[in-house]
Design a protein around this ligand. Structure first.
Ligand code: GTP
Ligand code: SPV
Ligand code: MN
Length: 616
């Protein structure tokens, strides 16, 4: 038996409620040792992981890890939100009663860490001193050392974040037990994996994975799923899967902040890290705040919406990250950064890493190269030759202060004022480059009808999106109707609120499939138009679905784009919009208690589309 008190005393962990919680789970999981983690333990833990083969060296101060081959992404079907109130059930949150889920998870976790160390990771998901700090403290218990290293990069870690809480009970209990990965029945009827957030008890119980958001519980389980529930229950804030960036106009000295929701793997990291296109670089500069989560509230003193990024690091998609698409990301994972790569291809002789799109072609010399499963590329059969080297969801993990354009005030507890909220999904047609929306209810309506093309288009109908409200579908913790009402309530408090917009970088040519818009760094041009529109510097072209840029209003200096392509992304395809309105009606009908203001916004947009189509 571990002497829990002794370990906690030695670590200076004083919060009595946290101590009881640690003791309870140490006993239940049967862990052989307990260790309390501080951020300063990183170097030692890295050395231990290298020694144990849990990490491999990937050049100076960079590391490589591989996860079990069936454990490479979040599993939405296995993710559950539990509470004691059945009316918390929504269309997407897989609601279950907590009285059913808690014993089930305790049963799976009982004795499951036998022989292992249980790491106690106290953390904070907010800049210290923030008004939302009472919702940000947590203690993750995990039996995986590499998960600890991810937490140290992604969150602020140390006992100081939980020792002096105003209410010693106000921390999130986040329990992660890996389980026997090879025997969990992944994808079968007898799947043993459960990723449960007991939202009204501020408890997270995740069993059966050591990958990404399934295992680093500060990020998605706490920072999004639980925080959005807390934000609603307290009536104080929104927690959203949004990136957050600043645009500095060096000529006027003004700075604008844009927050934006794009479904997973749809471009948040790339946008937040973007550099201005070369031709505009003398005047504009983009600052990085966050790439995946923003907490948003309204300050009653000045009536503005404020946001911060609760995370301390970046967990970015590796695929297609290269010098042209995202030089900032490459700098942030440079030698010496402490970056951890997961499930990319690895050269066991040189320590090099590679992923699809890192360079046009994979390394020509196959010597030493292993794919993400650890299989030798040189030994591939002709049938395997086309398989990707890296897993499509392979990632890099790096701390925020490695990002070269991170804003100086990224950890300002007051947050930054939000000028615009944008939504964007991968849509190959219909959605123009950008359309601005000035009305709050229409903006929230637009977020609720955000969608992306299903990438696995099974038996979906042509043109139907996988709707992903506000890019929160996988993280929704309570009913969508209540969620919409909460948005209207919070942002309704603003007297100087953000403008909304829908953006789309992914429109394609129906014939040859090429992207009509070059994307990446050029995306800043759409955002610049939006802030100019908000400032009244350009007027745009009003349409049934918002205001789009007039062609000569976009700053197009130095861009390479075909005239015809440009015309196409600046027009509204009314026939496709007419069809979309019908799909939206069905989509919104799933939601209980959807506010009448949202239905009214829907009817206004539907009527405008109909009228425009008839005039058309
Ligand atoms: P999560 O971390 O899963 O929430 O994803 P994310 O939204 O941060 O996505 P990310 O920025 O990592 O981009 C996902 C993929 O989209 C990457 O492979 C990018 O290269 C690609 N991508 C991002 N921006 C653009 C763009 O403007 N145009 C095109 N064509 N592809 C893009
Ligand atoms: C996402 O899937 O949206 C992510 C990665 O940001 S994970 O943390 O694994 O959820
Ligand atoms: Mn994400």
């Amino acid at each position: 038996m571990v002497d829990v008190d002794k370990v906690l005393d030695e670590a200076g962990l004083k919060n009595p409620v946290v101590r009881d919680y640690v003791a309870y789970w140490a006993e239940l999981t049967g862990a052989e040792r307990i260790e309390v983690v501080q951020a300063s333990d990183d170097a030692r833990l890295v050395a231990e992981c290298l020694e144990a083969g849990e990490l491999l060296p990937a050049g100076e101060g960079r590391y490589y890890s591989r996860s079990y081959h069936k454990d490479t992404a979040r599993s939405e079907e296995r993710t559950i939100v539990a509470t004691s109130n059945p009316s918390d059930a929504g269309a997407y949150n897989n609601w279950r009663p907590s009285e059913e889920m808690k014993p089930l998870l305790e049963g799976k976790m009982r004795g499951a860490s036998a022989g292992k160390t249980m790491y106690v990771v106290p953390y904070l998901m907010a800049p210290p001193g923030s008004p939302l700090e009472p919702y940000a403290a947590g203690v993750e218990l995990t039996d995986a050392r590499t998960v600890v290293l991810h937490m140290i990069r992604m969150a602020r870690v140390g006992v100081e974040y939980i020792n002096n809480l105003a209410d010693p009970n106000s921390f999130v209990r986040a329990v992660h037990v890996t389980g026997d990965l090879e025997n969990l029945g992944h994808g079968t009827a007898d799947d043993q994996r459960y990723f449960v957030t007991v939202a009204d008890e501020r408890t997270i119980l995740h069993f059966g994975s050591s990958d990404g958001g399934n295992a680093l519980l500060g990020k998605i389980a706490h920072g999004l799923r639980l925080a959005s529930y807390d934000g609603w229950a307290s009536g104080k804030f929104l927690a959203e899967q949004f990136m957050l960036l600043g645009i500095v106009d060096k000529e006027t000295g003004r700075k604008y902040h844009v927050a934006g929701g794009f479904p997973s793997a749809s471009g948040k990291t790339n946008l937040a890290m973007t550099l201005a296109p070369d031709a505009l670089g003398d005047r504009y500069y983009v600052e990085f705040y966050g790439d995946d989560i923003a907490w948003i509230w309204v300050d009653e003193n000045d009536g503005r919406a404020y946001a911060f990024n609760p995370e301390n690091g970046v967990f970015g998609v590796a695929k297609d990250t290269n010098e042209a698409t995202n030089p900032t990301a490459l700098d942030s994972i440079a030698p010496g950064s402490g970056a951890i790569f997961t499930n990319v291809a690895y050269n066991e002789k040189t320590g090099d890493v590679w992923w699809e799109g890192k360079s046009k072609n994979p390394p020509a010399d196959l010597d030493g190269w292993l794919d993400w499963k650890g299989e030798r590329i040189a030994d591939r059969s002709p049938e395997q030759a086309g398989d990707p080297w890296a897993h499509p969801n392979s990632r890099f993990t790096t701390a925020l202060d490695n990002v070269p354009n991170v804003a100086k005030d990224y950890d300002d507890p007051r947050g930054v004022p939000v000028d615009a909220i944008i939504f964007g999904g991968r849509t190959r047609d219909r959605e123009p480059l950008v359309r601005a929306i000035t009305d709050l209810a229409e903006g929230v309506y637009d977020g609720l009808t955000l969608g992306a093309e299903a990438t696995f288009a099974a038996d979906g109908k042509e043109g139907i999106l996988r709707y992903d409200p506000m890019s929160m579908r996988p993280f929704m913790s309570y009913g969508e109707g209540d969620y919409a009402a909460h948005w209207l309530k919070i942002l309704g408090q603003a007297t100087d609120g953000p403008i909304f917009a829908h953006v789309n970088w992914f429109q394609r040519d129906p014939e040859d499939g090429h992207f009509l818009w070059p994307g990446y760094r050029d995306n800043l041009r759409a955002l610049l138009w939006l802030v100019q529109f908000k400032n009244g510097e350009v007027t745009g072209v009003p349409t049934a679905v918002g205001t789009i840029p007039a062609k000569d209003e976009l700053l197009l200096e130095g861009i390479e784009i075909d005239e015809g392509d440009l015309d196409k992304i600046l027009t509204i395809d009314l026939e496709r919009w007419r069809q979309e309105i019908g799909f939206r009606e069905e989509h919104l009908s799933q939601f209980d208690r959807l506010p009448e203001a949202i239905w009214e916004a829907h009817r206004r947009v539907a009527r405008a589309v109909e009228e425009a189509a008839q005039q058309g």
